[in-house]
Every structure is written in structure tokens, then in C-alpha cells.
Design a binder for this molecule. Structure first.
Ligand code: AMP
Length: 281
């Protein structure tokens, strides 16, 4: 497994592989890998000749009061997991490589960032779109895989790929969960024992919604009220949003009569957690 730290190293490696007609699959991450990240690598492995992982905690997608400085890191463990999952190259740039002095360009989308997490994280998706565009140009993959855990991000990257004519196939990976249902996240490491117990309210509330909808409740306001009451019955929880929306446009809906995305953001203590599910009716 090669470790490449500069843009030119990574681009030269990819160009050489492409010249040999090797297909490249790419999984971008911010590191502190867990089974969710590994599942994306495992999904990519049989689809390609070369499997590239990037680890970069992208500063431009964090707001001023967010957790950039405390974001967890364990490069040694990440490299071990990456190798076990069949990764052939890791792109491991530092901040100066991705954002050299006098960096000026920003990629932004007009509609998708106005919903869900974009409402409370105004700089987030501009940062994501910009870094993913750069990573695509540096890694030059044939396939890129993103988790459905970050559903809005996945939709935005599909749109960006289409809009900017990247010749890259975008694939989504299922959400990997702990045994009790909590969606795996690097940020789960922040939770205290009691907060970890409360964090289960997110996935449980998704199941509750599925049950209520299958029993005939189609009114979004009524569902939101029940889910909020349910989540707030757990200590230290604070709901940021409970949104039922169109799975493609992410526009809010009021009455459920088609497939719907239910997406949640909940603060548990100071840790902001997200989860989602697609519900068919
Ligand atoms: P992150 O390191 O949090 O930026 O995540 C890197 C990639 O892993 C993103 O495409 C995420 O959507 C994906 N991911 C994070 N958590 C999970 C999970 N529990 N299951 C599947 N994919 C995930």
C-alpha cells in the first residue's frame, strides 16, 4: 500500500495506473476509520484494480464553532484497516497541500445545500464541494464511493459530478450501524457513557417513524411532534431537525404519499449526530 502525500505524487501515481488501463476506485474520508468507512472500501475493492483512500480533515467544511480542532485522529490504525480492506494507495495530504497560500476558488451549489444540515452549517457544503472537486482532480478515479449516512452530501456530489462533467461513477454505501442501531460515526468517540445511551434515540426514532407510517400516519407535522417527544425523552438530547423530504431534491414535504427521506440531526450533549432512512409507502 503506497502512501502519497503531495498532489503531484498522487496524480503521477493515478496517471501511471490509468496508462496501464487500471480502474481506480476512490473513498474519501476524514480518517479515524470505523466499520462504516471500511464497508465503503470493501464495496469498492471488487469493482476496481486500484483502491484509493484519502484521509484529510478538511478545514473549510467546519464552521467557526465546530469540532475541527478536536476531530479524532489515529493514522496508524487507519492505515492498518485500509490495508486489510485491500487499499492500494492512501492519499494523505496536509492542509498546505490542499489549500496553498492564495487559494481562492470555491465550488458552490445553488439548491441542495439550502436544506437539512445546510441550514445550520452555512459553510459546510461549499467546503465539501470544493474539497471533493479537488480530490477528484488529484485522484482521477473511475468510481467514487460515499456513505448514505451523509445523504445530503451524497446527493450533492452526484449533482456536482453531473454539473461539472466529471467522468466518475458515484456509488452510495449503506449505513453501517452498531449492534444497538447507532449509526457508526467518528464523532461517536466524543460521547460519554450516558450520552452513548441517549444516542440510540436517533435510530430508534427512525424505526418509530416507519412503524407509525405503516400504521397509516401520513401527516408530517404529527410525525415530527411524536418523534421529537420520543427523542427528548432521552437525557441530554436536543433536536436540531426532523425532516421528511423528497429523496432527490430534499424539498420538505407535508404529506407522505411517495418514497420519502426522513433525516435527523440531534445534539447529544455537545456532539451533533445525524441519521436517516428512506421510507417507501
Ligand atoms: P467522514 O470520514 O465522516 O467524512 O466519512 C467518510 C465517508 O464515510 C463518507 O462518505 C461517509 O458518508 C461515510 N460514512 C461515515 N459513517 C458511515 C457509516 N456509519 N456507514 C457507512 N458509511 C459511512
Amino acid at each position: 500500500m503506497e502512501i502519497l502525500k503531495t498532489t503531484s505524487q498522487m496524480q503521477s501515481w493515478s496517471k501511471a495506473k490509468r496508462k496501464e488501463s487500471k480502474t481506480i476506485c476512490f473513498v474519501p474520508t476524514m480518517g479515524y476509520l470505523h466499520k462504516g468507512h471500511v464497508s465503503l472500501l470493501e464495496k469498492g475493492d471488487p469493482l476496481c484494480d486500484e483502491l484509493v483512500l484519502s484521509i484529510f480533515v478538511n478545514p473549510t467544511q467546519f464552521g467557526a464553532n465546530e469540532d475541527l480542532d478536536s476531530y479524532p485522529m489515529d493514522i496508524e490504525n487507519d492505515l492498518r484497516l485500509a490495508k486489510e480492506a485491500g487499499t492500494t494507495a492512501v492519499f494523505l495530504p496536509n492542509k498546505e497541500i490542499i489549500y496553498p497560500d492564495n487559494f481562492q476558488t470555491q465550488i458552490s451549489l445553488t439548491n441542495l445545500p439550502n436544506h437539512l444540515c445546510g441550514k445550520s452549517r452555512p459553510v459546510h457544503f461549499g467546503g465539501v464541494a470544493t474539497v471533493v472537486t479537488k480530490l477528484f482532480n488529484i485522484v482521477m478515479p473511475d468510481i467514487a464511493i460515499f456513505g448514505q449516512k451523509d445523504y445530503q452530501q451524497l446527493q450533492l456530489i452526484r449533482q456536482l459530478t453531473l454539473d461539472l462533467d466529471f467522468d466518475i461513477k458515484i456509488l452510495g454505501g449503506d449505513i453501517v450501524r452498531e449492534k444497538d442501531g447507532l449509526a457508526m460515526s467518528s464523532r461517536n468517540a466524543y460521547l460519554t457513557e450516558s450520552q452513548r445511551a441517549s444516542a440510540i434515540s436517533l435510530s430508534k426514532s427512525l424505526n418509530l417513524a416507519k412503524k407509525l407510517i405503516s400504521e397509516g400516519e401520513k401527516n408530517v407535522s404529527a410525525l415530527q411532534e411524536k418523534l421529537q417527544t420520543f427523542i427528548h425523552s432521552y437525557t441530554e438530547t436536543n433536536v436540531e431537525y426532523i425532516t421528511f423530504c423528497d429523496p432527490k431534491t430534499l424539498e420538505d414535504i407535508e404529506l407522505i404519499n411517495n418514497e420519502v427521506l426522513l433525516a435527523l440531526a440531534v445534539k447529544v450533549g455537545k456532539t451533533r449526530l445525524i441519521d436517516n432512512v428512506l421510507i417507501s409507502v
